[in-house]
Unconditional design. Sequence first.
Length: 307
Amino acid sequence: MGCDGGTIPKRHELVKGPRKVEKVDKVAELVARWFYCALSQEKLRRPIVACELGRLYNKDAVIEFLLDKSPGKSPMESASHIKSIKNVTELKLVDNPAWGGDKESSKGDKCGDLQAARFICPVVGLEMNGRHRFCFLRSCGCVFSERALKEIKSEVCHKCGVPFQEEDVIVLNGSKEDVEILKKRMEERRLKSKLEKKSKKGKTAAAASQQEASADSPGPSKAKNGKDCVNSSSGENRQIVFTKSSENGNPSVPGKVNKASSTTTKRSIADSEDKSEAYKSIFTTHSSAKRSKEECSNWVTHTAYYF
C-alpha cells in the first residue's frame, strides 16, 4: 500500500522542485534544418528552393502553400514572407559522390550516419551537413561554402560565371543575427521594386495622355490653313488642305496645290490679255467699218450735188 516500511521514498519524489530546462539536441536540430523541408517537414528532394531568409523548401510544398487560399488556413511562420514564387530561388546543388543514400540502411543492418550530406561545395568539397556555413547566390542559384567565397574572392560566380554583388549572397540556415540582416535587405529590396513599378506606371500613363492630347486637340496650322483630318480604311489619319482656286472654286490637294494654282493664275492672266486684245481688234474694226460707211455716204451725196 506504500509507506509501510517496505519502501523508503526519496526527497525528490516527495518535494517538487523547479523543472529543468529541456535542452534541444543540436544534432537533431541540424538534421531538421538541412535535411527536411521547413514548410512540409518532409525530406528535401529536388527541385529544392530557398527563400530570401535562407530557409530550405521543397518547391512542390511552396507551390501548394501559395495555391491554398482557404480562409481557415493556419499561418505558417516559416513561409509567411513568401508571397509569390518569385520570392524563392531554385538551388543548383552538386551531389556528394560519397553519399550512398537511404539504400544502405534500408535493411536495418547498418547504422546510418546522420551527418552524411547529400550535397557538397563544388569548389572546396565541404559537405553541406550544417557543420559548415553555406551560401547561395540570388542571381544564379548556385550554392557554395562560405569558405570558398572568402578564399577565392571574385565578382563572378565560380560555377556559371554570372556576376553578383554582396547583397545577392544569402546565408543558408544562418543564425538569428544573419536572419535579421537578411530580413532588412529583403524589405529594402521589395520597397525599391514597388517604387520602380509605380514610376514606370506613371511614365506610361503620362505618355498615353500626351498621345491622346496630341491626337484630339487641333493645332494652329489646322485652324489657319483649313486642314481637315480624315480617317482612312487602314486606320491612319490623313490631312486634306482645301484652298480657293482662281476659276472654278474646286478644292485642291496639298503638295501639288502651289504648282497648279500658279499655272492656273498664269493661264488666267494670259487668257485675259488675249481677250482684251481681241476686244480691242473687234472695236477697231467696227469703228473703221463705221468710218468707211460714212465716207462713202458723204462721197455719194457730194457727187449727187455736182450732178
